[in-house]
Design a protein around this ligand. Structure first.
Ligand SMILES: Cc1cc2nc3c(=O)[nH]c(=O)nc-3n(C[C@H](O)[C@H](O)[C@H](O)COP(=O)(O)OP(=O)(O)OC[C@H]3O[C@@H](n4cnc5c(N)ncnc54)[C@H](O)[C@@H]3O)c2cc1C
Length: 238
């Protein structure tokens, strides 16, 4: 079953098993993982899973990863950026293979979710685009694409996860270090974002701590009220 706009958001509380059905390296530091999830609870766009790795000696490490897929997709899709020295992201990028199993808990999160009811604007950066991809796929399927606008920020096209899909879905892709399509490399400006903020009832910000403070300020500058802004930060303690 898929959550309908403004219905309660389901949360998965117990640990289950995820089998890695597909592991695709989609960029120098990016791996897209599609999983078959046992006893799966359908997610709502914006939610995440906790992935737990367990070594033979019983040592465990767990981290959160946002869901990129639409709830009706048969496999749950995650997109992981390999961080230098990253314990879990390093394993998922370098060592994980199709057929491996991980422990999973989720979907998690009741705050950073979009059920399609409100006119929303996402300002997302780097791997922070992942929940917005789920929202876009969901919106497209429900015929609600007119209610969701995405501003996706990356350094370059190649480094921005889902750049092609985001652009094809009508997102404003703002590259900070690359000139492309008549746009000079720079963060998105209030002039670019203001027309997209008209009538917005909910705004989502997702990315690093630095990005989140930039995006929150930008939303304020274009007139989005702070009480409608929801922020998810992928900080170093994430
Ligand atoms: C709700 C939520 C959703 C998330 N979704 C995603 C997602 O979709 N894709 C994704 O790739 N990550 C996501 N993250 C971040 C993810 O949970 C991990 O923090 C990240 O993969 C690093 O874990 P690690 O074990 O590889 O690094 P660690 O071994 O924990 O740390 C290695 C080094 O990287 C630094 N570091 C740790 N985390 C970060 C970070 N996020 N940014 C910059 N430096 C960091 C540490 O300070 C350390 O120096 C999410 C986090 C949260 C809280």
């Amino acid at each position: 079953m898929t959550a309908q706009p403004d219905t309660p958001v389901p949360v998965g509380r117990s640990w289950t098993t995820g089998r890695l059905a597909e592991v695709d390296h989609v960029g120098e530091r990016l791996v897209r993982i599609r999983l078959e999830v046992d006893e799966r609870t359908d997610h709502v766009p914006g939610q995440h899973y906790v992935v737990r790795l367990r070594a033979e000696d019983g040592y465990t490490a767990q981290r959160s990863y946002s869901i990129a897929s639409d709830p009706v997709e048969p496999l749950v899709e995650l997109l992981v950026e390999r961080l230098p020295g990253g314990e879990v992201s390093g394993f998922l990028h370098d060592d994980a293979r199709a057929g491996d199993e991980v422990e999973l808990r989720g979907p998690i999160g009741r705050w950073f979710v979009w059920t399609g009811g409100q006119r929303a604007l996402c300002v997302v950066g780097g791997t922070g685009v992942v929940p917005a991809v789920s929202m876009l796929r969901y919106a497209r399927r429900l015929g609600r694409a007119d209610r969701l606008t995405v501003v996706a920020v990356g350094r370059t096209w190649d480094e921005l996860p889902y750049a092609d899909e985001l652009a094809a879905s009508g997102a404003l892709v703002a590259l900070t270090r690359e000139d492309r399509g008549g746009r000079y490399g720079a963060p998105p400006s209030p002039r670019e974002v203001a027309p997209l903020a008209d009538g917005v009832q909910r705004a989502y910000v997702c990315g690093s701590a630095g990005f989140a403070s930039f995006a929150t300020r930008l939303l304020g500058e274009v007139g989005v009220r702070s009480d409608v802004v929801r922020v998810e930060q992928f900080g170093a303690t994430g």
